[in-house]
Design a protein around this ligand. Structure first.
Ligand SMILES: [Zn+2]
Ligand SMILES: [Zn+2]
Length: 245
């Protein structure tokens, strides 16, 4: 851990402590429905999430009409399989928005719980995973936000799975422009070369569980997986909190 990471960890501790004190005076409000709760995403909003359950595509996790794969939309992907916990909509979308665009890091606890619950119900997913890696954001964006939301999620998942969190091996070289409304093949071009590996030994031979907040076409996750595999990773699985459908 370098001095910048130590400083940012200290800032987070202080921020969390300050929030803890504030919670005593102003109890948490559900970020999706504004009701005063003990959680930042209340039980009724958690119940309202459209969870992604079968029938889904065995490769990319998109809902299907019963088909095994979502062809012809599906891939080609560099990851083995991707799964999303819920549809990127409603309460889940609001919570992710608060986390990312209002830098509300405290909501990550409730979001991690959704992801670990998913893993506890789908124990066959990502067999033999040996480490957890967050999809990196560019350092300019991380500086602005104060954190990488995927690192917060990945840390909780690594703890839950008792696997090492490897958050320094993969980084984002290029701040990719927003991908909204681009079709898959254009997104692939848009993110080509966006990631690089700086510590090959950390990923060589590893079966990686890659974590992100939202997956849309899968182009970004696939590019990260491609870079990891080009640098010696054995296999890459992807788990995201939400999936644009
Ligand atoms: Zn709520
Ligand atoms: Zn698919």
């Amino acid at each position: 851990m370098d001095s910048a990471q130590v400083t940012s960890n200290i800032i987070f501790c202080l921020r969390d402590t300050a929030r803890g004190l504030l919670d005593l005076i102003y109890p948490p409000k559900c970020v999706a429905c504004d009701s005063i709760q003990s959680h930042y995403l209340c039980p009724s909003c958690v119940n309202s999430i459209a969870y992604l359950e079968p029938p889904i595509c065995s490769r990319c996790g998109l809902p299907t009409d019963g088909a095994h794969r979502c062809m012809p939309k599906c891939g080609p992907f560099a990851f083995a399989e991707a799964r999303g916990v819920g549809v990127y909509d409603g309460a889940l979308r609001k919570a992710i928005h608060e986390l990312k665009y209002n830098s509300l890091a405290v909501v990550s606890g409730d979001l991690i719980e959704l992801m670990t619950k998913y893993l506890s119900l789908h124990t066959a997913f990502a067999p033999g995973a040996t480490c957890v890696i967050p999809i990196p954001i560019h350092k300019s964006r991380e500086k602005l936000r104060g954190f990488n939301q995927s690192t917060l999620l990945a840390r909780g998942i690594a703890d839950y799975l008792h696997l090492p969190l490897v958050d320094n091996a993969l980084y984002r070289k290029i701040p990719t422009p927003p991908q909204v409304d681009l079709p898959f093949h254009e997104r692939v071009q848009n993110v080509r070369g966006a990631f690089a590996v700086r510590i090959e030994e950390a990923i060589a031979g590893q079966t990686i569980l890659l974590i992100d907040d939202v997956m849309t076409t899968g182009a970004t996750a696939s590019e990260a997986a491609r870079e990891l595999r080009n640098n010696g990773a054995e296999k890459v699985y992807v788990l995201t909190l939400a999936r644009s459908c």
